[in-house]
Ligand binder design. Structure first.
Ligand code: ATP
Length: 307
């Protein structure tokens, strides 16, 4: 029987997302403080029949069907691209694979769902190629270098925890954990926002701030202080594209969130609460109104093999 390799990787929120003006290379430099949440994508990998290629099955029971159905299952899926690139890097032919993705991270929601899948796939492929082809397992730094070619958030999803991301977000400097756990309510939108569209809107608005020293977060000692330090330069662009998002932020803060903010490029709103119980109570209220509200805590571990 074929061995099953299981891996998982976390969602991220950006506690701080500072974005500079568009550079000559076509990218925006960012200064980001990432936090990994225990909302994880689970991925399993088994060898396919010889000649069958790569098949991908995506499912989930906590997200709207529209999210699951919008994930490509062909060569456009980031996991497919990860398999091809990883084999190429090892100078091996792409193996035949059956891949199962259990999705929990809102799709196109600014929480790095596709990047988490790619990170889980890198860890799974590292083990698969070692077991099947005897290749030497790559280090996390080597996996992160491959991940950076797949997407700016992939390296962070490999490391997890809390970290500063610079460059396009792919240069990771891990930080010590905060002295307390953080509890979140994530209000997902039925419709996604494309990251490039949000950056384009950001350029139109043209309100670029300066970069701050994110090492100061090491001194944060309370949830209230953490909430007061959260910022996202992309929030005005996300509000401009989806004006209803600012009402969600106001509502969540009215319901007791210490701070609610657009997550990354949105449209998911990440709301920070003093306790898990409070986040869950507010999620129950939103769900009863037909909204998609998930809860999660951080920080969480990066991509890893699971038994
Ligand atoms: P980020 O926060 O990293 O900018 P995101 O969370 O906003 O990303 P994703 O969920 O990664 O967005 O999806 C962006 C698009 O990528 C989707 O609309 C989908 O078409 C495509 N995609 C490719 N592979 C995947 C995957 N494995 N999971 C989700 N989306 C994928």
């Amino acid at each position: 029987m074929n061995r099953i390799i299981r891996a998982s990787a976390p969602a991220k929120v950006n506690l701080v997302f500072e974005v500079g003006p568009l550079a000559d290379d076509g990218y925006h430099p960012v200064n980001s403080l990432f936090l990994a949440l225990d909302l994880r994508e689970d991925l399993t990998l088994v060898a396919g029949e010889p000649g069958s290629g790569i098949s991908i099955y995506v499912h989930g029971d906590t997200l709207p069907e529209s999210h699951i159905n919008s994930v490509p299952t062909d060569h456009h899926n980031l996991v497919y691209k990860t398999a091809i690139l990883f084999a190429q890097k090892l100078n091996k032919p792409t193996p035949d694979l059956q891949i199962d993705i259990h999705k929990r991270i809102p799709v196109a929601g600014g929480m790095a769902g596709g990047s988490a899948d790619a990170a889980a796939m890198l860890v799974a492929m590292n083990e698969f190629m070692h077991q099947e082809h005897g290749t030497t397992r790559l280090s996390i730094e080597e996996l992160a270098a491959i991940g950076a070619e797949l997407g700016s958030d992939v390296p962070f999803c490999l490391y997890g925890g809390m970290a500063i991301g610079t460059g396009r977000g792919q240069i990771i400097q891990p930080l010590d954990a905060l002295p307390m756990e953080t509890h979140w309510l994530l209000c997902a939108s039925g419709k996604g926002l494309s990251t490039p569209t949000v950056f384009h809107e950001f350029d139109e608005i043209g309100n670029h701030g300066s970069f701050s020293d994110l090492n100061s977060f090491a001194q944060v000692s309370s949830i209230a202080e953490l909430g007061s330090k959260m910022t996202n330069d992309l929030e005005p662009a996300a509000f401009s594209l989806m004006p209803a998002l600012s009402d969600v932020v106001t509502r969540l803060e009215g319901l007791g969130a210490v701070r609610a903010m657009v997550s990354g490029s949105g449209p998911t709103i990440a709301a920070l609460f003093e306790s898990k119980a409070k986040a869950e109570d507010v999620a129950t209220v939103l769900i009863s109104e037909g909204l998609v509200a998930l809860t999660a805590s951080g920080l969480a571990a990066g991509a890893r093999l699971d038994s």
